[in-house]
Write a protein that binds this ligand. Sequence first.
Ligand code: C5P
Length: 304
Amino acid sequence: MSVTVRVPAKVNVQLAVGAARPDGFHDLANVFLAVGLYDEVTVTPADELRVTCEGPDAGQVPLDGTNLAARAAIALAARRAIEPAVHLHIAKDIPVAGGMAGGSADGAGALLACDTLWGTGASRAELLSICAELGSDVPFSLVGGAALGVGRGERLTALETGGTFHWVFAMAGRGLSTPAVFREFDRLAEGRDIPAPVAAPDLLEALAKGDADALAATVSNDLQPAALSLFPELAATLDAGRAAGALAALVSGSGPTTAFLVRDPDSGAEVAEALRASGTCRTVRTATAPAPGASVVAPAPTPA
Ligand code: C5P
């Protein structure tokens, strides 16, 4: 018997970053939106813990104990005093080191899959607390939809969305390390007063109304200057998407994936084609948001 869980990627429509805290993390006002690009994590009983991965970026995924899927299985097993004797297989469609929470998705997916396989019956609160131990973005990968994350980004409040948002994503030729981008943020911020991060009321209203134009006018990412500083070629990708009619162009999270909000699928197809033709990125994908959080897809769950 095995269990498969599907988990979405995310884009941050607002990423407000405060000053570095004594623990090295940064307080955030992080408005997450789950988008319809998915990894699938399948867990099967095995003699010992093993991780495998398939997909175009599979070669860049660590298969050892640092993989968040492995860490999730170990964390849940430790709480139940059982062995994490499972094979975790990741079908990876979310870009690796791309700023779309692909690693976090695998952590949340493995946790839900192991909980289901082992029948551990963990409450939502316990799953969320394990997610928060695994990483700042992991709780959001579990819940999906749209949410405001504060603290490190792990303390979530669900947000209303009044409609479907259409996105185009341009994947870059190499990844960016999230800690390196935060360090560059600190370097660029040196000597400046960093205000406490707060969610923008206009942006929350645009999300609640499902108003793409209003959302485009309010999206922001405080990590974008740091990502561009480490990866200056991203400016050309952002320009290519804007020139093709995107309502908004921004770096996704810590990057280097760039995200383009578009009005409708037709405009998305045009922006995607222009980005492909621009030669400024590796691959281009379209997706809609919000997407559901981690969910068991096989075996099909029995209705409640
Ligand atoms: O929580 P997570 O392990 O995903 O964070 C990866 C790295 O990103 C941290 O080690 C830290 O350098 C940086 N980070 C941060 N502030 C946050 C979240 C992440 O500085 N709120």
